[in-house]
Design a protein around this ligand. Structure first.
Ligand code: IPM
Ligand code: MG
Length: 361
């Protein structure tokens, strides 16, 4: 039976990095006879230009039938002047919400050869392996009321609303407890329960779940402290579970610990494990189209797609090993080069070639 992978290259460096990940998926298809069929559609700025909407109907139809979706990135200065509701980023939020992709897994793992590329001293990060579980379909990103309006006194006011139902908290909590159970057995729930009612409820629900997961050690941390602890002593964390906005911020911090945001993959899953896979980095318009982008986060996202949506763990292992091999060979894109002897700085396509070579070893 054919399995459909939908490619959404998007904007900026998206098309370049998705191209390299597509090659790797083709390799996995041939080696493990996965019967993959690839479709491609528009999302984000490119969709606004070609179809008049950031999440066009044609993309929506293909997405609803796909077994897995690989996304590059969306957004760029070209569309910055558009009203909030019409921006490319809304296309990304729309697909997350449409497919109910509430569970965003963002693993921050340090490849040992990149310890010197981290902004922290290598002894603080060597061996780092943290999983951030970010709620992705609710919270302040989607809460109503929202908007910019003029008050009765004539003053303009901007509003967003952070709201979570018990059910929304419970389902993300459960995913995080299950992930922690399969890893180091430690879960840190990050909130701002000293101030925000929405996160008081969050903490209460996490506590109630811990009865069911008595083998997992649950702790709580305020988000400001968590941001500090991530740069102070990141190895204290195993799994972190947090809300949409806090997860957005903390995952960028965690990314930098691993050397570069160009290394971090992510998986966004719904209850059926249908998923959208994307690098944590953005569209990087400043280096778009000049063969400078790091394709490894997207290649590692493709590995997550194989593991979580296609059940092809062997192929995922091969790809993760190949990434590790090219780093051990000294291959670097500009963002992860640290000027150490033995490094070779490559462009996007050449880095893709290197991964393909490592896969064929
Ligand atoms: C991310 C990005 C998105 C987010 C933007 C592009 C809407 O920063 O995936 O982390 O905030 O979720
Ligand atoms: Mg982000």
């Amino acid at each position: 039976m054919n399995r459909t992978i939908l490619l959404l290259p998007g904007d900026g460096i998206g098309p370049e990095v998705v191209r390299e990940a597509h090659r790797v998926l083709n390799w996995a298809d041939a080696k493990y006879e996965l019967n993959l069929y690839f479709a491609e559609a528009n999302l984000g700025g490119v969709a606004i230009d070609r179809d008049g909407a950031a999440y066009p109907e044609a993309t929506r139809e293909l997405a609803s039938e796909a077994d897995g979706i690989l996304l590059g990135a969306v957004g760029g200065p070209k569309w910055d002047g558009l009203p909030a509701a019409d921006r490319p980023e809304r296309g990304l939020l729309a697909i997350r919400s449409d497919l109910d992709l509430f569970c965003n897994l963002r693993p921050a793992m340090l490849f040992s050869d990149l310890a010197t590329a981290s902004s922290l001293r290598s002894e603080l990060v060597s061996g780092l392996d943290v999983l951030i579980v970010r709620e992705l379909a609710g919270g302040i990103y989607f809460g109503e009321p929202r908007g910019i309006s003029v008050r009765a006194d004539g003053v303009r006011e901007g509003i967003n609303t952070d709201r979570y139902s018990e059910g929304e908290i419970r389902r993300i909590g459960r995913m995080a407890f299950e992930a922690a159970r399969k890893r180091g057995g430690r879960l840190c729930s990050v909130d701002k329960a000293n101030i925000l009612e929405v996160t008081m409820l969050w903490r209460e629900v996490m506590e109630s779940l811990s009865v069911e997961f008595s083998d997992v050690n649950l702790s709580h941390m305020y988000v400001d402290n968590a941001a500090m602890q991530l740069v102070r002593e990141p190895k204290q964390f195993d799994v972190i579970v947090t809300s949409n906005l806090f997860g957005d911020i903390l995952s960028d911090i965690a990314a930098m610990l691993t050397g570069s945001i160009g290394m971090l993959p992510s998986a966004s899953l719904n209850a059926d494990s249908c998923g959208l896979y994307e690098p944590v980095h953005g569209s990087a318009p400043d280096i778009a189209g000049v063969d400078k982008a790091n394709p490894l986060a997207t290649i590692l996202s493709a590995a997550m797609l194989l593991r979580f949506s296609l059940g092809a763990a062997n192929a995922a292992d091969d790809i993760e090993r190949a990434v590790s091999t090219v780093l051990a060979w000294g291959m670097r894109t500009g963002d992860i080069a640290s000027g150490m002897p033995g490094e070779r700085v490559l462009g996007t396509a050449a880095m893709g070639d290197a991964v393909m070579a490592a896969l064929q070893e």
